[in-house]
Design a protein around this ligand. Structure first.
Ligand code: AHR
Length: 520
């Protein structure tokens, strides 16, 4: 589907474009590089919903070197740390702002028993991570350490509970341990373990991918499990839990329909419904071709369609639109390189400008669908899949994905507004725009490796001034930040010209530009 579904009337659009001297979409040659000309029209008075900061959330798992060795190095490590947390990672994540962080999985969640990760670290049991390589972990990172991490970086914790191999009692007790203020056996145990104050955890996933690694269930079967487990996730001390049901892989409508059909209407204790949608790619991260990249980018139009379809089914069962649609795993999943996994752990992949572009395509489409979505969590935060940080020994670098999140951060909390985009290809110019009071934020993405884009932007009924811009760009689609060259792909200040009710933004191939402007 084309990137923008919201249309101005063709006549209105044509007359505005002509008045501003903008061109219809054409392609012309500028030197040897192709340059496309685009006209877009922003309606700052419209509303597509508030861009909840939670759409920019993250996910961490006990997988490869995401948790152990990535976020957590332990208090006795030679690597600079804050009570065991890698100091540089904390600083970078805090600066980026992580609205919500999901943990401990993933597949790992449905084999995680929270009691293994509390109490004196040297007495915690050694357990086998059966999903990610059968390695033995010492459980030195558990509930207290995760909440401590969230507090340090300013994130709200999101716990994924164990349905696959756990019991309702175990989940019920975890909620009490975290949230009951004081005086019960479990809250006293929490206090004895160093946290008299309750953790006040709001987000509780009732399993993960229960159609797959979380138990290989049928939707009707999971519906029964959901009802039973969620029933014991109770409010304590003013913290009202937000139970999240496991939704489909990609756009599996059958899963969603059967899950809800099997759920008696009066017994739906569901606050969120989470789908997973990865953008798989056929090649190792640093060996992409333009064709393989295009193939991967095409998945973002399908993700946008999946959000529309899944929301439509949800609304059928929940006409009052009470259930929040969540995409709690998304991102590029490239072909793994065995030597890299050997060195850095399972699902480690480099992160190139292509990944930065992919992150911006994802965030742009989440903004455009702000009214349909509650939360989105890219997978995963450090050293796994589309990470924002990569680590090697004591080194920690920011990836192009980190910088894409940074560029799109100004949209958080603003109202998404309609844009007429003349792009007709699903892998062409991508846009999201938002406003608050007199401020307009516009993010434009050029995912083409072979064509620049000159974009004329008109703003309906307003004058634009004081436009400042930042760009993330690299001409080589396999360019990345390495431990030796950590600043190969970094954002830079950029120029956007504003005059009257128009702006002009030129996008080189493979670029993300965010413009911030004043409207009057
Ligand atoms: O993110 C890696 C894995 O992908 C997660 O553990 C699982 O939920 C998904 O299949």
């Amino acid at each position: 589907m084309p990137p923008m579904a919201h249309q101005f009337s063709r006549r209105q659009f044509a007359s505005t474009s002509a008045a501003l001297g903008f061109y219809a979409l054409t392609a012309r040659r500028a030197g040897s590089a192709t340059a496309e000309t685009h006209s877009i029209r922003i309606d700052p008075a419209s509303s597509l919903g508030i861009i909840r900061p939670q759409l920019h959330s993250h996910f961490s798992e006990h997988l490869g070197s995401c948790t152990y060795g990535g976020l957590w190095v332990g208090p006795n490590s030679k690597i600079s740390n804050i009570h065991g947390y890698r100091r540089e990672a904390i600083e970078y994540l805090k600066a980026l702002g992580i609205p919500v962080l999901r943990w401990p999985g993933g597949c790992f969640a449905d084999d995680y028993h929270w009691r293994d990760g509390i109490g004196s670290a040297d007495k915690r049991p050694k357990t086998v991570n059966i999903h990610w390589g059968d390695y033995v972990e010492d459980n030195s990172f558990g509930t207290h350490e995760f909440v401590g991490l969230c507090r340090l970086i300013g994130a709200e914790p999101y716990f994924a509970g164990n349905v696959g191999s756990g019991t309702p009692e175990e989940l019920r007790d975890w909620v009490e341990y975290c949230n009951y203020p004081s005086g019960s056996r479990l809250s006293d145990e929490r206090a004895a373990n160093g946290s008299p104050e309750p953790f006040r955890v709001k987000y509780w996933g009732i399993g993960n991918e229960n159609w797959g690694c979380g138990g290989q269930m049928r939707p009707e079967e999971y519906s029964g499990y959901y009802r039973r487990f969620a029933n014991f996730v109770r409010p304590f001390g003013g913290t009202v839990p937000f139970p999240i049901a496991c939704g489909p892989n990609r756009n599996n409508k059958d899963w969603t329909e059967k899950f809800f059909e099997a759920m008696p209407p009066g017994r739906r204790n569901i606050a969120g419904y989470s789908m997973h949608y990865y953008s798989n790619g056929p090649l190792p991260a640093t060996r992409y071709t333009p064709e393989a990249m295009q193939q991967q980018f095409e998945s973002f139009a399908r993700l946008e369609q999946a959000i529309a379809d899944q929301r439509e089914i949800l609304d059928r069962f929940d006409p009052q639109h009470r259930i929040g649609l969540i995409v709690d795993e998304w991102g590029v999943w490239d072909r793994m390189v065995p030597e890299e996994q050997q060195k850095y752990g399972h699902l480690w992949q480099q992160n190139t400008i292509r990944c930065g572009i992919a992150a911006a395509l994802g965030l742009n489409l989440f903004h455009r669908n702000a009214a349909k979505l509650y939360m989105c969590n890219i997978a995963q935060i450090v050293n796994v899949l589309q990470s924002v940080l990569l680590t090697d020994g004591d080194r920690c670098i920011r990836t192009p994905t980190y910088y894409a999140f940074e560029l799109l951060k100004p949209h958080r909390g603003k109202t998404a507004v309609k844009v007429e985009n003349d792009e007709r290809s699903s892998v062409g110019l991508s846009i999201s725009a938002s406003r608050r009071n007199g401020e307009l934020i516009l993010t434009l993405v050029n995912p083409r490796p072979d064509a620049a884009m000159n974009v004329a932007c008109s703003v309906a009924g307003k004058s634009v001034s004081a436009a400042t811009a930042r760009i993330l760009h690299h001409a080589d689609l396999n360019a990345c930040n390495t431990f030796d060259r950590p600043d190969e792909v970094v954002p830079k200040d950029y120029t956007a010209t504003a005059s009257g009710s128009g702006m002009r933004v030129d996008l080189p191939p493979l670029s993300v530009v965010t413009v911030q402007a004043r409207l009057s």
